[in-house]
Design a protein around this ligand. Structure first.
Ligand SMILES: [Mn+2]
Length: 350
């Protein structure tokens, strides 16, 4: 019986078919993937369906699967790759995919090798490995800094050969083969590289060329998603600034993004106007109150009584003491839209 271990597929269905053709597996042979079945490539649904419906095929969890699962739980924000994959799969397809991804194991132990997606910490038993290390998350990567960083595999000390994906360790889209002990099978299928497999127990590598730079193409097709993800009312200042900068740098924005980009720019402009207007408004009103009765400049109590109920009273007192800056006003509002609304409530033109 042969087992074909396959590197990062990332939605590259055509290349998966090509590799399976090349492997010419028999009925009883097994297929094991190193994870990252989806994101970046054109056909994540086909790849997921294949692994869901082929009895002899299974996969470990990759950092990309983990990210989807955590996104659904509201634990992390998606990157562009996840937002695109969700659109590719459709909402029900994505929900079903998350259910399936949640059940993927962190490792698969074969008679001849151990398969994980990311890394392996030396001196730690398989069952005791930090999940973020096995998955190859950013946390796992930081953790592995102490074990040689990108060359962590030189310290691999497990009993069986180890097969991983996740990173391209060579510059020519060939697999990493370290002392016949560690095999790195991510060869950039989604970036115009190759899709690579390892046939066990022979330990024979096979690979097929990628049909193109899928990720560049997929990213361009779904570039409108670069601007979505957070509703306008939930955008904080930093998020809004980042998106406006992104739009400013975007030579040819996706047509479907134009409406959203306009809305972002309008909010950005109005929020900054609102800060200026509120600052000006507070100064003017403070000045008027003091002109009516100059003793209010020193007498905070008298000033407060004259001011009346005012949610931004502390800012008036700052103004009274000549210490109010636009930055103070800015910091009061967690989101740009709150600043706009506060200005509108005071009848200011923004
Ligand atoms: Mn990957």
């Amino acid at each position: 019986m042969t087992t074909l271990v396959i590197g990062d597929i990332h939605g590259c269905w055509d290349e998966l078919r090509d590799l399976l053709d090349k492997a010419a597996l028999g009925q009883d042979d097994q297929i094991v993937a190193v994870g990252d079945l989806i994101d970046r490539g054109p056909q994540p649904g086909k790849v997921l369906d294949f692994f869901g419906q082929t009895p002899n095929a299974r996969t470990v969890m990759g950092n990309h699967e983990r990210k989807h699962v955590r996104w659904r739980r509201g634990e992390v924000k998606p990157s562009l790759g996840q937002k695109i994959a969700r659109r590719q799969l459709g909402q029900p397809g994505w929900e079903a995919a998350c259910n399936a991804m949640e059940t993927m194991p962190l490792w698969i132990e074969l008679p001849w090798a151990i398969v994980v997606h990311g890394f392996f910490e030396p001196g730690v038993a398989l069952e005791k490995q930090n999940p973020s290390v096995l998955l190859g998350t950013m946390t796992g990567e930081r953790h592995m800094k102490a074990h040689g960083g990108r060359q962590w595999y030189e310290r691999y000390d497990g009993d069986k050969p180890l097969i991983v994906g996740h990173l391209q360790y060579t510059t020519d889209h060939s697999a990493l083969v370290h002392n016949e002990r560690v095999f790195g099978l991510d060869t950039g299928a989604s970036h115009g590289g190759r899709l690579t497999g390892l046939l066990l127990p022979q330990m024979r590598l096979i690979s097929v060329p990628s049909r193109g730079d899928h990720w560049a193409r997929v990213k361009a097709d779904h570039a409108d998603l670069r601007y979505t993800g957070t509703a306008l009312e939930d955008l904080d200042w930093e998020g809004l600034e980042r998106l406006v900068r992104r739009a400013d740098a975007d030579q040819s924005p996706h047509p479907d993004a134009l409406e959203r980009i306009n809305a972002l720019r309008r909010l950005h402009r109005r929020a900054h106007l609102a800060i200026e207007a509120l600052h000006e408004h507070i100064l003017t009103r403070t000045q008027a109150l003091i002109e009516q009765d100059p003793s209010r400049a020193q007498d905070g109590g008298a000033f407060a009584r004259a001011l009346g109920p005012e949610p931004m009273a502390s800012f008036y007192h700052l103004a009274r003491r000549g210490a109010l800056s636009p930055q103070n006003v800015h910091q009061r509002f967690a989101t740009p839209l709150q600043a706009v609304n506060a200005a509108l409530e005071r009848g200011l033109d923004v």
